[in-house]
Design a protein around this ligand. Structure first.
Ligand SMILES: *[C@@H]1O[C@H](CO)[C@@H](O)[C@H](O)[C@H]1NC(C)=O
Ligand SMILES: *[C@@H]1O[C@H](CO)[C@@H](O)[C@H](O)[C@H]1NC(C)=O
Ligand SMILES: *[C@@H]1O[C@H](CO)[C@@H](O)[C@H](O)[C@H]1NC(C)=O
Ligand SMILES: *[C@@H]1O[C@H](CO)[C@@H](O)[C@H](O)[C@H]1NC(C)=O
Ligand SMILES: *[C@@H]1O[C@H](CO)[C@@H](O)[C@H](O)[C@H]1NC(C)=O
Ligand SMILES: *[C@@H]1O[C@H](CO)[C@@H](O)[C@H](O)[C@H]1NC(C)=O
Ligand SMILES: *[C@@H]1O[C@H](CO)[C@@H](O)[C@H](O)[C@H]1NC(C)=O
Ligand SMILES: *[C@@H]1O[C@H](CO)[C@@H](O)[C@H](O)[C@H]1NC(C)=O
Ligand SMILES: *[C@@H]1O[C@H](CO)[C@@H](O)[C@H](O)[C@H]1NC(C)=O
Ligand SMILES: *[C@@H]1O[C@H](CO)[C@@H](O)[C@H](O)[C@H]1NC(C)=O
Ligand SMILES: *[C@@H]1O[C@H](CO)[C@@H](O)[C@H](O)[C@H]1NC(C)=O
Length: 724
């Protein structure tokens, strides 16, 4: 970057000569920046961006999601790159299907939008292991995200792979492609202190490594106040207009990489609702106060955490409250209100980019931000009312304006209000679910009860409790911990005690289900005290420990612990059988998983039986059925309200984990509808396979079509009349 400390002078000259837009001396191709904005092919822009993550929908959905974002006034599609999808084994790559990053970027390009590629390759993102492939864990001597040679080797290797792939397809703006920005690392400042002096060394290395890849477009580091030049530090959060410390150099523009439209939801948690007004207020404030030039909505479309891709305790539906809901339908008024905002800002972006910013108080809680061009050029004003309860009547340029509580009015000519963040003109809509098929014919179901292993059935044995992630290598959520023992004293009121740092424990005693326990997103461990009845002779204990996703954040993720940590039988107050360091037998995964009985071709590997009406209280059971696709184009979901916990496959593809039995404090399941993408289906004979861990009832699930209520989709920009 050449120094642009005096960019303003150059700009005035150019503005006079060319009437605005182009910047003298900048290359016409590629992306540069200065203290005011990104400069794309010589043009300054104020950009609205929306996060859409390609693997959280399907290639069939991408064109319409991107088109709806464009229609909503979004200029840039932002996505993370998902390392563990692309490099499942070292040096073995997968860029097909939902992982077809090139196709996704080309679709963005085809629709005339820009792309922001957040390579990470640590991404967090409520994604399994923060995007890291689990094999990294077994690289000798590795410590993630610090000045550690093995880690840096693999991080550089993958980052290079992605950059080279993008270059080979000509996808950077410097090559005429749509990618205008890339990101390296991700919110590293949150963990940096844990690495002491190695943290800043790693930041410097990561920045240099990225810049040396010569993409021809800028790199950003989000939430990294000391991002080294020329990497731009950006803000993430809900109120960056109030919280951002600003770019760390006067030559860098103010950018907001994650404006949270909602918040990820965990099992046991309610959805987080952020209003259209609040989103619009804070986005506008960032432009008015911070001279923001880039705002990315995280998420614009959240989508679905298919398979086992969500991180610890995160539900399968992702940011369903975003402007486009999980199914890609408009969520109103959010989508429409933001569209109006984008159009109002675009109406005056030339003056915002070229004018001089001033601010002054227009009341106790009211502030004006004015952008004015020299020599009687354009003038744009933002009138901010930060009073959350009262309207305010303010004077501005000899006119009187009434400002709604907690709002910003936009005056593209410093006279007329064309948009107020608190005045929503878009009509709200509602989701409509229509039942399309019930599965209540019990003779249509077949079941297979998975096998409960005892100690003698296991081949992997150890004299201690093994860490779960390192034992399963993330090939399954499930790890059986088993042991056998013969009581050697009279134990009158035995209580089995379990402490676990995994997420769920199903306790089986002498082949019978006894009890289930679980933790939650915010506490790492839980314990269970379960009264049992010992028998004479050998007793078998089998505990199925379940992870609902690996962690996705924190320092030293490579040494995180999951699984059982303590097991004992309290016989009396003074007598405890301690089994923590006893001889344990292990089985990774379930039999049905091992045989992949969710695939059509493997169905005959087990004996399916008619559904057993008398034992609907059974646990750990696979169910299968077939169904025809509902007619029409509406998105489809399974309503799993009557199930407990497990995973669902449709035609062999996992639509994700479900967990109905974990209720929120208000007593609701966190998610009952589970998206079945249309592209997973054939017109008829679709195979549905459900793995139910608890005692769910498959006879009362249903297939639903999803739509939204009709509303007047015409967005009108209403002018406010001045009260003068
Ligand atoms: C990345 O590592 C693989 C082996 O895992 C190797 O084949 C490849 O050449 C490496 N690429 C780079 C750019 O270092
Ligand atoms: C801005 O909005 C005004 C009033 O709606 C309109 O007359 C004008 O053409 C718009 N200008 C641009 C650049 O969009
Ligand atoms: C107003 O502008 C001054 C000078 O540029 C700046 O120091 C101050 O922080 C601004 N005040 C607000 C409320 O933005
Ligand atoms: C608005 O008021 C809140 C609460 O007093 C304060 O935290 C915030 O910084 C204010 N925002 C602006 C833009 O003045
Ligand atoms: C406001 O009114 C005063 C007195 O009538 C006048 O001198 C001034 O120029 C006006 N200001 C603007 C911005 O129109
Ligand atoms: C992880 O498991 C491997 C065997 O797969 C073992 O050699 C290694 O010691 C284990 N590492 C940890 C940290 O437990
Ligand atoms: C009883 O059995 C447990 C577990 O098998 C063993 O650890 C303990 O030492 C035994 N106690 C006695 C008194 O034999
Ligand atoms: C304990 O497990 C062994 C090995 O599978 C089995 O033979 C035995 O019957 C089991 N005992 C009980 C009480 O279930
Ligand atoms: C969780 O672990 C901590 C220490 O690691 C311990 O103090 C606490 O009692 C445990 N909580 C439960 C519910 O087991
Ligand atoms: C189990 O063995 C480990 C390693 O020898 C030891 O640190 C730990 O204290 C033992 N735990 C119990 C409960 O005896
Ligand atoms: C079903 O199992 C649950 C434990 O999951 C138990 O509380 C309940 O009593 C059982 N119901 C029947 C009818 O057996």
């Amino acid at each position: 970057m050449r120094s642009m400390a005096w960019w303003w002078i150059g700009l005035v000259v150019v503005a006079v000569l060319s009437g605005g837009g182009a910047v003298e001396g900048e290359d016409e191709d590629g992306v540069t920046y200065d203290g005011r904005s990104l400069i794309i092919n010589g043009q300054r822009k104020i950009l609205f961006s929306g996060s859409i993550h390609y693997p959280r929908s399907t290639p069939q959905m991408w064109p319409s999601l991107i088109a709806k974002a464009k229609e909503g006034g979004v200029d840039v599609i932002q996505t993370y790159v998902f390392w563990n999808l692309h490099e499942p084994q070292p040096g073995q790559y997968d860029f097909g299907g939902r992982n077809d990053l090139v196709k996704f970027i080309k679709e963005i390009q085809a629709q005339g939008l820009y792309a922001c590629l957040r390579i990470g390759p640590f991404i967090e993102s409520e994604w399994n292991y923060g995007g890291f492939p689990f094999w990294l864990h077994d690289v000798p001597g590795i410590v993630y995200r610090t000045d550690n040679e093995p880690f840096k080797f693999y991080m550089q290797n993958f980052t290079t792979k992605i950059v080279n792939l993008m270059k080979s397809e000509g996808l950077y703006a410097s090559q005429g492609g749509p990618i205008i920005l890339s990101q390296i690392e991700n919110e590293y400042q949150n963990v940096e202190a844990a690495f002491h002096e190695k943290g800043p060394v790693y930041v410097q290395w990561a920045a240099k490594m990225a810049v040396d890849l010569e993409t021809g477009v800028p790199w950003v580091m989000c939430k990294q106040a000391d991002a080294p030049d020329p990497v731009i530090n950006t803000c993430n959060g809900m109120r960056c207009g109030e919280t951002f410390g600003g770019p760390n150099s006067p030559n860098k523009p103010a950018m907001w990489t994650e404006d949270w439209t909602s918040f990820y939801q965990v099992y046991g948690g309610e959805p987080y609702i952020r209003s259209a007004q609040d989103l619009a207020y804070h986005a506008t404030l960032f432009i008015a106060k911070n001279r923001g030039c880039y705002i990315n909505y995280y998420m614009y479309h959240g989508g679905t955490n298919f398979g086992r891709t969500s991180s610890a305790y995160v539900i399968t539906s992702y940011y369903d409250q975003a402007p486009l809901d999980e199914y890609g339908l408009l969520r109103q008024p959010k989508w429409g209100h933001l569209k109006e905002l984008h159009s109002a800002i675009k109406n005056c972006s030339a003056t915002l980019l070229e004018g001089v910013q001033t601010n002054f108080s227009i009341g106790q809680f009211q502030q004006a931000y004015v952008f004015e061009e020299a020599n009687g050029g354009g003038c744009v004003a933002f009138l901010v009312n930060n009073d959350t309860t009262h309207n305010a009547i303010v004077q501005f340029r000899n006119n009187s304006f009434e400002l709604l509580p907690k709002s910003i009015s936009i005056l593209p000519d410093c006279q007329n209000v064309i948009f107020n963040t608190a005045k929503v003109n878009t009509v709200a809509n509602e989701r409509i679910t229509k039942s399309s098929k019930m599965f209540n014919a019990d003779d249509s179901w077949e079941q297979f009860k998975d096998v409960i292993p005892n100690f003698l059935d296991t081949t992997l044995q150890s004299n201690t409790l093994l860490e779960q992630m390192n034992t399963t290598k993330d090939t399954s959520d499930y790890l059986w911990y088993t042991f056998s023992f013969q009581p050697n004293s009279s134990c009158t009121n035995p209580v089995l005690q379990i402490e676990s740092f995994a997420h769920v424990a199903h306790f089986y005693f002498n082949n019978k289900f006894v009890e289930v326990g679980h933790g939650n997103h915010d506490t790492k461990n839980f314990s269970m005290d379960i009264p049992i009845s010992l028998i004479d002779g050998v007793n078998n204990v089998s505990i199925l420990s379940v992870l609902v996703g690996l962690p996705d954040s924190g320092a030293f993720m490579e040494s995180k612990f999951a699984g059982l940590t303590k097991v004992g039988i309290q016989c009396s107050e003074t007598e405890l059988y301690e089994f923590t360091n006893y001889t344990w037998g292990y089985q990774v995964g379930l039999v049905g998983e091992e045989l992949q009985i969710f695939e059509e071709e493997n169905l005959n590997k087990v004996d399916w039986t008619k559904i057993d009406q008398d034992s609907t209280n059974q646990t750990l059971t696979w169910y299968k059925n077939v169904f025809d696709a509902p007619t029409g184009d509406d998105p489809i979901a399974l309503d799993l309200s009557t199930m407990g916990k497990g995973e669902v496959w449709v035609n062999g593809q996992s639509i994700g984990r479900y967990w109905i039995s974990f209720h929120t404090p208000k007593g609701n399941p966190s998610q009952t509808l589970y998206h079945v993408p249309r592209s997973f289906l054939k017109p008829s004979g679709n195979l549905l396979v459900i793995l139910e861990e608890l005692n769910g009832d498959p006879l009362h699930i249903s297939l639903q079509t999803i739509s939204v209520s009709d509303f007047d989709s015409k967005i009108t920009i209403t002018s406010f009349s001045n009260i003068s």
